[in-house]
Design a protein around this ligand. Structure first.
Ligand code: GLY
Length: 447
């Protein structure tokens, strides 16, 4: 049973489905597209909420699954892993205490500091006036300094506010209140300049294995313009990590797995490093305690091992016996969203999604559902991000060609489909050798 509802969980369900011993996959709360074109029985049970642990337990008790994979951040933060384990289920995912590395950014930064993990300068606050004095002093000395003001709790990816002058700083400090409990404590961090990457490890709490790197494109529009979203696309592998992978593994992965073990909260699950590199120096933007979305869609399919076996080894503490094998394909994920997303997209809800079943039958293409529902046989929109298309190929250009050819076959009633046309542009430019400027040089891209 998989806990979650988006294209990430659809991808995870595909990975479990491949295991010979798996007879059926339950996904809760899931989405209707997850049941399309499957080789095994797939049940989507919507009778749960990711913010209500008891409701997830009720679904688990109904089906009695052999393994439960808690893949979504809200569910991890409310201790779904702890509750299900207590009730005797075999569960994959970090405990509430271990997932704190994601849901409490203040604690997470302190952990990073204690464990000598490379981080930007930061201060924590729980008082608006004290924070205002702090930023005023900073901007007196450096009127255009780049800062991030970040809520400490989970805010669906919207809690980190970019700040480039004192006026914005004061406004953004006030914004923290709007995040409720999540914004009661907040951080003011030095803004990092460089290029972002995502990196993933799986751990049984004692040892870890790594996957291929990825890079996502977070803003709504091409050229990295517009508002931040949950993610509009991703590629894997990402060349940005080419000559720094060893550093990432030693400085950003090993130190977490060893540090958590030493502190008595072993991390069992998927560790997601959000990092940034500039001049071959790496820093940590944040950690998450689960797969990224849309990165999972391009990273997990590269695993040649049986995912269910790797996960079982993590639950049993025998990951050291597993030899992880990854394929050498490149993958690109392009997210189809509703026009209006990430702002108000209510006018585009309940519109028909056309062409998606045809794409589902195409070779080298995977289509994964997110904000989608089936009403009397019609596939309708039901959220901001509707689906993910993943193209795979020998290199990223081939993967791109396939993903965008498939995207061209889909439409949403009333011209309501929006997607970015430039996913993976940094690596595409690097392949074309237009742009060494994006790695290891002074500029370039700020978060
Ligand atoms: N891709 C960003 C996230 O999953 O948090």
């Amino acid at each position: 049973m998989i806990v979650g509802s988006g294209a990430r969980e659809h991808t995870i369900s595909n990975a479990y489905e491949k295991n010979e011993g798996v007879k059926r996959v339950i996904i809760t709360p899931g989405n209707d597209f997850m049941t399309y074109n499957r080789s095994k029985e797939v049940i989507v049970d919507k009778e749960s909420s990711l913010k209500d642990a008891e409701s997830i337990l009720r679904v688990a008790e109904k089906y009695k699954p052999d393994i439960i994979d808690v893949a979504q951040d809200d569910a991890l933060a409310i201790g779904v892993v702890d509750l299900l384990t207590e009730k005797g289920f075999k569960v994959f995912g970090p405990t509430k205490k271990a997932a704190r590395i994601e849901w409490d950014k203040e604690w997470s930064r302190e952990f990073m500091k204690r464990n000598n993990i490379p981080i930007p300068e930061y201060e924590s606050f729980d008082n608006e006036e004290v924070a205002e004095e702090y930023v005023k002093k900073i901007y007196e000395k450096e009127p255009k300094k780049l800062l991030y003001i970040k809520a400490s709790g989970l805010c669906a990816g919207k809690g980190a506010l970019k700040t480039t002058n004192v006026r914005e700083a004061l406004e953004n400090i006030k914004m923290m209140k709007t995040f409720g409990e999540a914004g009661k404590n907040f951080l003011i961090e030095e803004g990092l300049i460089g290029e972002e990457y995502s990196y993933y490890a799986i751990s049984d709490g004692k040892t870890f294995k790594v996957f291929k790197s990825a890079q996502d494109n977070k803003t709504i529009n091409d050229y990295d313009e517009g508002e931040q979203t949950g993610g509009m696309g991703a590629i894997s592998p990402a060349r940005v990590t080419e000559d720094i992978e060893e550093k990432i593994i030693e400085e950003q992965v090993r130190k977490v797995i060893e540090g958590m073990k030493k502190e008595g909260t072993p991390f069992k699950g998927i560790l997601y490093v959000g990092g940034i590199v500039n001049n071959r120096k790496i820093k940590t933007i944040e950690y998450n305690a689960r797969w990224g979305d849309p990165e999972c869609q391009v990273v997990l399919p590269a695993l040649k091992n049986d995912y269910a076996e790797v996960v079982e080894a993590c639950i049993e503490g025998t990951l050291d016996r597993i030899n992880i094998e990854l394929d050498d394909k490149a993958r690109m994920c392009v997210v189809g969203a509703l026009r209006g997303y990430p702002e108000d997209y209510s006018k585009a809800k309940n519109k028909e999604v056309r062409g998606i079943e045809e794409v589902n039958k195409k070779e080298g293409i995977t289509i994964l559902g997110a904000g989608i529902k089936n009403v009397e046989g019609r596939i309708l929109t039901n959220g901001g991000r509707i689906f993910s298309i993943v193209g795979e190929g020998e290199d990223i250009k081939e993967a791109k060609k396939k993903a965008y050819e498939a995207m061209a076959m889909i439409s949403i009633e009333g011209n309501n489909l929006h997607y970015r046309t430039d996913i993976g542009w940094r690596d595409i430019e690097r392949i074309d050798e237009k742009s060494v400027r994006f790695i290891n040089t002074k500029v370039l891209y700020s978060l």
